[in-house]
Design a protein around this ligand. Structure first.
Ligand code: AMP
Length: 551
């Protein structure tokens, strides 16, 4: 490979898209432009509630003033520990208006995980749910740098009080202010501060931690704006479209491809608190979204609902899977149940503001004939993807190596981690830790995480290849494959599966099924059936936990 201009994948894009380097310095610029053009359009929909662009702009101005009045200065950090609720978006825009950075925190995190992030990021302000504040955040925040505490009630701004996701009484606190009340009380123009520049930090995103202690990736405004505006242009949704937030907003996929792209594009972002398949289907029926993206596990859960019909998906112009491996069998199962809709794969990381490769609209990703791997897409314009060996040299097309990414969406580094930044980003190029290959047309295939490789008698087994086969078994709903210690082979292959509702399958039968379809060293010697597989809040199946349990 010689340079960006020679990359084979560029043929998937028009000359105009290739040359397109025109994106605003921040998503906030895009949002303010949309709010000026269409103040009355709905920016957010939440069950039966909504906020217009003007209302969202006004509330976030007020909250920015509230923060500034309490000493929150440019460059300060606000931790946002919320599910997909309108207050998340108000807080995010407010911190950007106040010149600070947001630190999205998974609301499922427990005391120690939160304490680590608050201390590491030096967050001086925090917003969390009323319940989390009462249960453990108050105590954790007291021993952290947090000085401005705000809470949100997930039942505000709607009247449905859907008990499937919004259970429990209100718990207002007297030592933390309600975020909406604070925003309303401080109503008025936003603080007199310049808008962010492309190089300013927008987010410190703690990586989801399927391995090791979370590190804070420094997503700049330019990183996010580049990918959000690219999403807007590539999706080309009609202006009055709704985008459904299937991914959590605290994860980079929801943050960039849903929240940021919807607001930059002037669309309506539909929120439904947290993922619950029945609630999601109801939201599809009510709000008729044109786009969504979430992990493959979310689509598997939707497919497992007996009441899902093709009509539920009829409003989608595009629908994507990202953030976790997508088995080809799930694409076909989805097509069959969703009225022919094609589930498009996309590949990205926190460190590259979500997508760096995706399936261009109008195309379908090929499946590699030899390994059965579904391509994740082609790199976008302005994005350089290389497959490298351990010395960082390019490997030929078709050969596997580590995926390395550079472009305007790649973080400059990690917060306060110069050594980790140098190792992960030599010369500014991100070493992803993912193993993959590229075909001569430019389709990228992700084989697996580098460290998840199983070494069975010296043979390399990539768990995902075995999982793809397991997903073709009619009884299997979820699958995860790990290496377990084996006195003879060093490691041997073990599979954990959960079954579809009502399905019955014996482990020995699943072993035999794989044995027919995989080389002798690859098929699982053992299969264990569990009711559900452990997952991160962002839908990635936690092989690490299963491996630890397997001993
Ligand atoms: P995160 O930083 O939480 O977004 O996690 C990024 C990781 O998710 C990547 O390094 C990949 O291992 C995995 N990943 C994301 N998208 C895909 C995909 N389409 N196929 C396979 N793995 C993926």
């Amino acid at each position: 490979m010689t340079g960006y201009a020679d990359q084979p994948w560029l043929r998937f894009f028009t000359e105009e898209q290739r040359q397109d380097r025109d994106f605003p310095p921040s998503v906030l610029h895009g949002f303010l432009a949309r709010a000026a053009d269409h103040p009355e359009r709905r920016a957010l929909a939440y069950f039966d509630g909504a906020l217009t662009y003007a209302e969202l702009d006004g509330l976030s101005d007020g909250l920015a003033r509230h923060l500034a009045d309490r000493g929150f200065a440019a460059g300060d950090r606000l931790a946002v520990m919320l599910q997909n609720v309108p207050q998340f978006v108000v807080a995010l825009l407010a911190v950007w208006k106040a010149g600070g950075a947001a630190v999205p925190v998974n609301p499922m995190y427990k005391r120690d995980e939160l304490a680590h992030i608050l201390a590491d990021a030096g967050a001086t302000a925090l917003v969390c749910s009323e319940r989390a504040w009462a249960e453990y955040v108050r105590e954790t925040a007291a021993q952290s740098p947090v000085r401005i505490a705000l809470t949100a009630c997930e039942r505000d701004l709607q009247t449905r009080d859907d008990a499937r996701v919004l259970a429990g009484p209100r718990m207002p606190a007297d030592d933390a202010e309600d975020v909406l009340a604070a925003a309303r009380a401080a109503a008025g123009p936003r603080p007199h501060l310049p808008l962010p520049t492309a190089g300013d930090t927008a987010l410190i995103s703690y990586t989801s931690g399927t391995s090791g202690r979370p590190k804070g990736a420094l997503n700049t405004h330019g990183n996010i704006s580049f990918n959000a505006h690219r999403q807007v242009r590539v999706q080309a949704l009609p202006a009055d479209s709704a985008v459904f937030a299937l991914a959590p907003l605290f994860h980079i996929t929801g943050m960039v491809c849903e929240l940021s792209a919807a607001l930059a594009g002037g669309h309506t972002l539909v929120l439904a608190h947290r993922f619950e398949p029945g609630v999601v289907l109801d939201a599809f029926r009510e709000h008729r979204p044109a786009y969504t993206v979430g992990p493959a596990t979310a689509y598997m859960a939707l497919l497992a609902r007996p009441d899902a019909t093709p009509a539920d998906f009829a409003s989608f112009r595009l629908i994507s899977s990202g953030g976790a491996p997508l088995p080809p069998a799930v694409v076909e199962a989805f097509r069959a149940r969703a009225g022919g809709l094609y589930l498009a794969n996309g590949y990205g990381l926190t460190e590259c503001a979500a997508p760096c490769a995706s399936v261009p609209p109008g195309y379908e990703a090929p499946v590699d004939a030899e390994s059965g791997t579904l391509a994740v897409g082609v790199p976008g314009p302005g994005t350089m993807v290389r497959i490298v060996d351990d010395d960082g040299a390019d490997v030929p097309f078709g050969e596997t190596g580590e995926i390395a990414v550079s472009g305007p969406m790649v973080v400059p580094g990690y917060w306060n981690q110069p050594e980790a930044s140098r190792t992960a980003l030599p010369g500014g190029e991100l070493r992803t830790g993912d193993i993959g290959f590229m075909d001569t047309e430019g389709w990228l295939y992700v084989v697996d995480r580098k460290k998840d490789m199983i070494n069975a008698s010296g043979f390399k087994v990539w768990p995902r290849e075995v999982e793809d086969v397991l997903y073709t078994h009619p009884a299997v709903r979820e699958a995860a494959v790990v290496g377990v210690a084996d006195s003879y082979r060093g490691e041997s292959v073990k599979a954990f599966v959960s079954l579809r509702p009502g399905a019955i399958a014996e482990p020995s039968e699943i072993v035999a099924y794989c044995r027919e379809r995989l080389a002798a060293y690859k098929y699982p010697r053992e299969v264990e059936v569990l009711p559900d597989l452990p997952k991160t809040a962002t839908g990635k199946i936690l092989r690490r936990e299963l491996k630890a349990a397997a001993g």
